[in-house]
Design a protein around this ligand. Structure first.
Ligand SMILES: NC(=O)c1ccc[n+]([C@@H]2O[C@H](COP(=O)([O-])OP(=O)(O)OC[C@H]3O[C@@H](n4cnc5c(N)ncnc54)[C@H](OP(=O)(O)O)[C@@H]3O)[C@@H](O)[C@H]2O)c1
Length: 277
């Protein structure tokens, strides 16, 4: 538990899985629960949040805006226009608050369109490992957002992993393609290793256990080390040994080029999807 440096009243509009993880991380990390709000149309998720974390909840988005300094928009992208239009009309004070959104794909221009040109907006791209406190959140602020606002938002998303500031919206698309989609790429690769072990006689349970612990150990070594990823790889690849033979197979299939194509394809799709909303 750490002492939060900046305490503001923060409210999440939409109380789904991602806000639940962020709220859980904040409360466990020492952020005062009575300075956190969540709003949602139906009550079961609100009741759970209240019971588990002791935060304030409401079914009224306007009550939340009135109570909070920082609003995190956490509804599905397709609902954002309707939710923001209602806030702009019935809670005009929102234009003086710091607004952040975790919705995938929606660009700054849309928020200005929905909430007014003067709104201070931060776009946030969290990824699913935030659910287990090991997320990566890409943060991108518009020019009206102050240094103190940025520090506050970093503090919030550091509770569920690593937060990285992004220079512009193109970088949001790239972070989405690497860190947002990345867990799926790692699962695909891990599944391939599991299948290879099974093809050579391992039962699925032991094959999976061996693969997932290897992934965890490799990620931890990479996190703890100052060496480059290539140097770490070389450290476990003796010349003429069995790992070298395996690596030769990956290199002959141009794994680097596959990763490059995969990320570019995902960036292109992020750009296409941004036009849908
Ligand atoms: N989950 C992830 O890993 C992830 C990663 C990156 C970004 N995101 C973004 O996070 C946002 C939320 O995702 P999620 O996974 O938390 O979705 P979710 O579980 O479907 O939650 C959305 C919540 O919004 C509520 N809602 C609907 N209409 C509302 C309104 N008018 N006012 C207030 N709340 C309303 C829904 O309530 P009811 O259930 O009562 O309808 C639901 O609880 C999305 O924009 C998504 O793009 C999610």
């Amino acid at each position: 538990m750490t002492t939060p440096q900046d305490i503001r009243t923060i409210g999440f509009i939409g109380a789904g899985n991602m806000p639940r993880s962020i709220i859980g991380g904040m409360v466990r990390g020492g952020y005062p629960a009575d300075r956190i709000w969540a709003s949602n149309p139906s009550t079961p998720k609100l009741e759970q949040l209240e019971n588990d974390f002791g935060i304030h909840t409401t079914q009224d988005n306007h009550a939340l805006v009135a109570a909070c300094d920082v609003i995190i928009l956490s509804v599905k992208p397709q609902l954002m226009k309707e939710v923001c239009a209602d806030l702009k009309t019935n809670s005009p004070a929102i234009s003086d608050k710091l607004v952040a959104s975790i919705a995938a794909g929606l660009r700054f221009a849309k928020y200005y369109d929905y909430l007014g040109e003067n709104t201070r907006v931060v776009r946030i791209m969290p990824n699913t490992p935030s659910l287990v406190g090991e997320g990566v959140s890409g943060l991108c602020a518009d020019r009206k957002v102050t240094t103190a606002d940025r520090d506050f938002i970093s503090q919030v998303f550091d509770y569920v992993g690593l937060s990285i500031w992004l220079e512009n919206e193109d970088e949001v698309d790239v972070l989405g393609a690497v860190a947002g989609s990345g867990p799926a790429y790692f699962f695909e690769f891990m599944h391939g290793l599991q299948q290879a072990a099974e093809a050579l006689g391992f039962d699925p349970e032991r094959a999976r256990a061996m693969v997932q612990q290897t992934a965890l150990g490799a990620a931890k070594m990479a996190t703890d080390s100052d060496l480059s990823l290539i140097d770490l790889r070389k450290q476990v690849t003796s010349k003429g040994g069995s790992t070298a033979k395996g690596i030769e197979e990956y290199q002959s299939a141009a794994l680097d080029a596959i990763s490059d194509r995969a990320v570019r394809a995902a960036v292109a799709r992020n750009q296409e999807m941004a036009k849908l909303f």
